[in-house]
Design a protein around this ligand. Sequence first.
Ligand code: PHE
Length: 474
Amino acid sequence: MIILHVFSVLNLQFSIMAFKGRENFGRVGAVLAAAGSAVGLGNIWRFPIETGRNGGAAFVLVYILCVIILGLPVMISEFLIGRSTQANTAAAYRKLSPDTQWKWVGRLGVLTGFLILSYYSVVAGWTVEYAGYALFNTFAGQHDYKVMFNDFAADPFWPVLWLFVFMFVTHVIIVRGVKSGIERVSKILMPTLFLLIMMLVFCSVTLPGSGAGIDFIIHPDFSKIDGMVVLSAMGQAFFSLSIGMGCLCTYASYFRPDTNITRSAINVASIDTMIAIMSGFIIFPAAASAGYTLTAGDVGPSLIFITLPHVFQQAFSGAPILAYIFAVMFYVLLILAALTSTISMHEVITAYLSEEFEMSRKKAARMVTSACAFLGIFCALSFGLLNGFHPMGKTIFDWFDFLSSTILLPFGGMLISLFAGWHLNKKLMYDELTNYGTIRIRYFKILVFILRFVAPIAIGFIFLNETGLFDIFR
Ligand code: PHE
């Protein structure tokens, strides 16, 4: 027994020795960086809206189950694939399975990251404009928030400028590297974000008349749960946890060999879920206090850019200074959340280019930033100048969104679980999860079962449902 233990420790030591040269995250930094990727616009606008549409507390419960049963196993797989290979996501699959077609899973992730980054940065840019409105108190005295938003989004100049600014800031952080760029920024931004969100929750739940909003997210109405609710919860869990495109795999390639993968995954998933639920505690109580019921029309950007400015003004109509502070904090929160996510997508592509084509990190980052900013211009202009351009019924922005988030992400998630469940060497998986026998895990068999059967089938359903090919539960 003792000999076995010594052997395990030696094994771990060897892998620590082999782990030289590559930059790495500290233990806390690893969790904060991965949580930064996961926590994003998806938590703050998409989660509350999905909750609103799917029956409140019942949806939240189904969502939590999806995170535990499906999200965690896929996240753990991405972590172990990245950490064991210490390479960018394309090289990771190639190393684990040389001479097979599995390398395409990694490459697909890079492509997905590229597409998401291009349109996500446009919305991230809007949050900068809105933080400016909040700061200069432009919301006060507005009558029509919809016209305000549409006029801004259709403008040929400002949305493009903010897109460039956002890409530039992301670029600067990426160029500084893994430790002094990504890790340092995550260590500052994530606690700030947490503090802001706690203050916003406090303000929102103490508003007069906020009770109905609180009730909505804590008292489940189980009659609301049907197939569609489950599918929406699964789709939301994948997007929100940043699973399916190699983001977490790339970050895990910077994890140290003694990082506890299981614990890190649980921490990241809990932080992400907690922040999503807290966003619900900001939005529903404030909306209830303003006498506003969120409807299906509040989907997407319109919630944060049209409905919420209105809700904030109404909710705090008795104390305009509070409306001002609340709005500033909220839009700053959005900027921070979006930034830590754009950084993670940028890193996937930068690591890929610099390692696969042996170019400097700086050069690779420059290529990613210019290419994404260039594509982003078309996404930004599709709300104005290019508004009439609808190839096959969708604007350019909608195409980017649809292709990446609706098709490629779930597809990537499914391939990852099939790869880990069926193809990957189980001893390697076990060694990675136990850090060569130095920690104990008890869930290995369940993990493999979920990866083999449950996750691919469930994701297959999300995929078919979201693409509309297979409207099963209607
Ligand atoms: N998880 C991020 C969010 O909630 C979005 C994202 C998806 C980031 C995929 C990276 C990769 O906004």
